[in-house]
Design a protein around this ligand. Structure first.
Ligand code: 13P
Length: 251
């Protein structure tokens, strides 16, 4: 059985004290959550050490939102994988569309980042997804396939066990416009085929694939009912503990 995960990407939101309060609220609210689904939160870098402290003794995972493509040295403004690990992270998100779009994140850089993250013992949540023009041109399957292959085909089946994929259609992020369950499902099934072609059916079946893009308590149940959707990567709704945990309760 593949793992079900609901991860909260806080993006560039909250002060440290607000983040600590949010993490505490999530931990309290999640105490009654069943074993079937795992929660992960991804606060900004500055919050990681404090949030790690709050999450100690809980089952909630801690993730960064990005990592450097080098291990150490003269890379002003960057944060290395060993630093993330040392700060208490078990995960990092990589390849979010906002990083691809605004910060020049390329597939080549992502290969390097995934490699370093895995070597440091971090799990990776790799984001893929088409933009509106690509969807309207009917190129969504090709775009997602190309993004998935360009990064993940550089890794082994063993590496893949530490990698989760998040399908986030760019047109659905922060827009209130969710992909329908059917639209998300057909892309998730396509990603699983792309994985099967390289790593075999069994690995493809075991890989967790999350949906992200205006996912909220009111639509999570319908999305998570699809057979290839194993949870969500949540932006806006992860900033409210009640909504975030309610999404996980949709399972
Ligand atoms: P929203 O849930 O705010 O649409 O953001 C999704 C996202 O980008 C998560 O990484």
């Amino acid at each position: 059985m593949r793992k079900k995960i609901v991860a909260g990407n806080w993006k560039m939101n909250t002060t440290v004290s607000e983040g600590v309060a949010l993490a505490k609220a999530v931990a309290e609210r999640a105490a009654g959550l069943g074993e079937g689904v795992s929660l992960i939160v991804a606060p900004p870098f500055t919050h990681l050490v404090s949030v790690a402290e709050v999450l100690k003794g809980t089952k909630i995972g801690l993730s960064a939102q990005n990592c450097a493509d080098h291990t150490k040295g003269a890379y002003t403004g960057e944060v290395a994988v060993d630093m993330l690990k040392d700060a208490g992270c078990g995960w990092t998100i990589l390849g979010h569309s906002e990083r691809r779009q605004y910060y020049g994140e390329t597939d080549e850089k992502l290969v390097e980042k995934v490699k370093l993250a895995l070597e440091a013992g971090l799990g990776v949540i790799l984001c893929v997804g088409e933009n509106l023009d690509e969807r309207e041109a009917g190129r969504h399957f090709d775009v997602v396939k190309a993004q998935t292959e360009a990064v993940l085909y550089n890794f082994s089946a063993e590496d893949m066990k530490k990698i989760v994929i998040a399908y986030e259609p760019v047109w659905a992020i922060g827009t209130g416009k969710t992909a329908t369950a059917a639209q998300a499902e057909e892309i998730h099934a396509c990603i699983r085929k792309v994985l099967a072609a390289k790593f075999g059916e069994e690995l493809a079946e075991e890989t967790t694939i999350l949906y992200g893009g205006s996912c909220k308590p009111s639509n999570a149940k319908e999305l998570f009912a699809e057979k290839d959707i194993d949870g969500g990567l949540i932006g806006g709704a992860s900033l409210k503990a009640d909504d975030f945990v309610a999404i996980a309760e949709a399972f």
